[in-house]
Design a protein around this ligand. Structure first.
Ligand code: ADP
Length: 312
């Protein structure tokens, strides 16, 4: 059993992205030729963990992969990024999670996600990680594993006075209301906010309204990310919401921008616990803004050494 202390623990998903670029999407029953194929590391949980690690957080990942080559490669990817892997389980009962992605020349895509081993992460795995949860500063969860396991992890963290960040992604209209009270920071994007509140969220004003609505459900603070417009932040102890703008950049590939933002936020919450949330989100905007200027998901996430010193 490890006695290590961690800045950031992520309880969540790992997915292997298998991306084929094709002139057009195939029809049912059709075989077509693509012109490029690549494999990437993805999954919201792992993405967020890797971004936090690249900024210098001591990170640990609680997840499940298959006893297969994708699982072996994923564990190596965590190690290469300095993520602690004692709580990465390998199961013979399901394959490592995969996202098979077809992207056509118009940038449209068709995606099949098979969550596989991610869905086998269970309460026993959480119990094994409990001593490490108690020695973590921030715990982060999303919805790409069994939601009840995410909720249980958040509750275990809260009980041990570990700060919690919950990212309700992928969005689900029937989110268990207990997720709100289990979240110190409830962080989502515009479309997730829209699905959860039932109101349109396309600009800063609408995001302010949605953030207030989500706050009322019991979280301590709400962040709604707004792409090139930064984010909106609202906290229970302050009644007014704040828009935290960012410098809009020309995006090359926005895949994983939200994960880069959340990973950065987790790093700041762990390293600068007394910093104002607004300042943390200002800095997380800068980190995520860098990630959209390079292709890929984790491949686009910046490392600390490549960022301006005033972000640290
Ligand atoms: P998601 O990836 O979940 O859709 P967003 O599109 O809201 O999330 O992006 C997350 C964060 O990434 C934003 O809050 C912002 O900080 C940054 N970001 C995204 N697109 C841009 C952009 N074009 N210019 C600058 N920052 C961006």
């Amino acid at each position: 059993m490890t006695e290590k202390a961690f800045d950031v623990m992520v309880v969540g998903s790992c997915m292997t992205d298998m991306v084929s670029q094709t002139p057009r999407l195939p029809k049912a029953g059709e075989t077509i030729h693509g012109f490029k194929f690549f494999i990437g590391f993805g999954g919201k949980g792992a993405n967020q963990c890797i971004q936090a690690a690249r900024l210098g957080a001591r990170t640990t990942m609680v997840c499940k992969v298959g006893k297969d080559v994708f699982g072996d490669n994923y564990i190596q990817n965590f190690k290469d990024n300095g993520v602690h892997t004692d709580f990465v389980g390998q199961t013979p009962d399901a394959a490592t999670g995969t996202a098979s992605i077809i992207v056509n020349n118009a940038g449209e895509n068709a995606i099949v996600i098979v969550a596989g081993a991610n869905m086998l992460l269970d309460s026993v795995d959480l119990q094994e990680a409990l001593p490490a949860i108690t020695r973590s500063k921030v715990l982060v969860c999303q919805l790409e594993i069994n939601p009840q396991i995410s909720l249980q992890a958040l509750r275990m963290a809260q009980k041990n006075k570990v700060k919690t960040i919950f990212n309700p992604a992928p969005a689900s209209p029937d989110l268990d209301p207990e997720f709100y009270t289990a979240s110190d920071v409830f962080c989502c994007n515009e479309s997730e906010a829209e699905m959860l509140t039932g109101s349109v969220v396309t600009n800063v004003e609408e995001a302010r309204g949605a953030a207030q609505e989500l706050l009322k459900r019991g979280c301590k603070s709400v962040i709604i990310t707004l792409g090139p417009q930064g984010c909106v932040v609202v906290q229970a102890q302050e009644s007014t919401s704040k828009h935290v703008p960012t410098t809009a950049v020309k995006a090359i590939d926005t895949t994983g921008a939200g994960d880069s933002f959340i990973g950065a936020l987790a790093f700041y919450m762990a390293h600068y616990p007394t910093m104002a949330l607004e300042e943390m989100t200002y800095r997380a905007n800068q980190v995520a803004g860098v990630s959209v200027q390079a292709v890929g998901t984790q491949t686009s996430f910046p490392i600390r050494a490549g960022l301006p010193a005033d972000l640290f």
